[in-house]
Design a binder for this molecule. Structure first.
Ligand SMILES: Nc1ncnc2c1ncn2[C@@H]1O[C@H](COP(=O)(O)OP(=O)(O)OP(=O)(O)O)[C@@H](O)[C@H]1O
Ligand SMILES: Cc1ncc(CO)c(N)n1
Length: 274
């Protein structure tokens, strides 16, 4: 019997403080009623104040985890986060090329909220040329979009429109995130099949923004198998993230940018717990 609960995979790095990377991804999958599986790319020594060190796994170790999992377990969707090196990026791309998989959401993680580089500048080319063409949706923030396009960072929604169209040359789906802009709303632009949808949610006044990008991309992957369209999945994922940002006020974790809170209310996709 086919399970009603989607199995979703995250390929990402760790965060002991529980806010970003695989911690954020697994909490999001569970909160949205999906079953989470994991391939680890890097062990990151980080907390809410910043990144202290990165222990990077090599390409063969990451590809080995991935093929071993996929030989046994069917996954309904994949989220890719921090890869850490060009070697790991190429190793993941090679496995994806060999298999019929999808949908795949790629958060092109390059720099942490605290400003620490999580992907060397020299690896951006491998990400852009080898992995991005194989995925369905990329979710860059404004600095990542600038790096991928080799130009300046967007400073307005108008700039974001232009950049989203340019990024659509690289990948069929683009969600350009405007969290780094100011204004009463936090606006993201979704471009699918040439059509732009503007997604606005109120900007929440909080320091607890560690892992918002990880949470959003994993929410999209968790919801996509149960939504008719990418627009529906992304809209609901952003609603989920905004609720988790609001609920983060219930938490007091660490001394820097704290994490969002994943159990903010019963989400309709959760299995019936009555
Ligand atoms: N203060 C806020 N209030 C509401 N939404 C926000 C806020 N900050 C960010 N967002 C939303 O969070 C999501 C992630 O956006 P952002 O541009 O911050 O990504 P990011 O930089 O990749 O995140 P991360 O901090 O995990 O690296 C987007 O949907 C953005 O609109
Ligand atoms: C492991 C990991 N992935 C992504 C980010 C970006 O927030 C982070 N800080 N750590």
């Amino acid at each position: 019997m086919m399970s009603q609960i989607p199995t979703v995979l995250t390929i990402a790095g760790t965060d002991p403080s529980g806010g970003a990377g695989i911690s954020a991804d697994l909490k999001t999958f569970s909160a949205l009623g999906a079953f989470g599986t994991v391939v680890v790319t890097a062990v990151v020594t980080q907390n809410t104040q910043g990144v202290a060190a990165i222990h990077q796994l090599d390409g063969a170790t990451v590809a080995g985890q991935l093929t071993n999992l996929l030989d046994d377990v069917h996954v309904d969707a994949i989220k890719i986060g921090m890869l850490g090196t060009a070697e790991v990026t190429r190793a993941v791309a090679q496995v994806l090329r060999e298999r019929e998989l999808g949908p795949i959401v790629l958060d092109p993680v390059m720099v942490s909220t605290s400003g620490h580089r999580l992907l060397p500048a020299a690896a951006v080319e491998a990400l852009r040329d080898e992995l991005i063409p194989l995925v369905d949706l990329i979710t860059p923030n404004l600095p990542e979009a600038a790096d991928l396009l080799g130009g300046p960072e967007a400073t307005s929604v108008c700039d974001m429109m232009r950049q989203a169209r340019a990024l659509a040359q690289l990948c069929p789906g683009v969600l350009l995130k405007g969290g780094h802009l100011d204004g009463p709303d936090s606006t993201d632009l979704l471009l699918i099949d040439g059509r732009i949808t503007e997604l606005d949610e109120p900007r929440i006044a909080t320091r607890n923004t560690h892992g918002t990008g990880c949470t959003l991309s994993s929410a999209i992957a968790a919801l996509r198998p149960r939504r008719q369209t990418w627009v529906d999945a992304v809209r609901d994922a952003k609603t989920y993230l905004t609720g988790a940002l609001r609920a983060s006020e219930e938490l007091s974790i660490g001394h820097g940018n704290g994490p969002v809170h994943h159990f903010w209310r019963a989400w309709p996709d959760q299995p019936d717990q009555s």
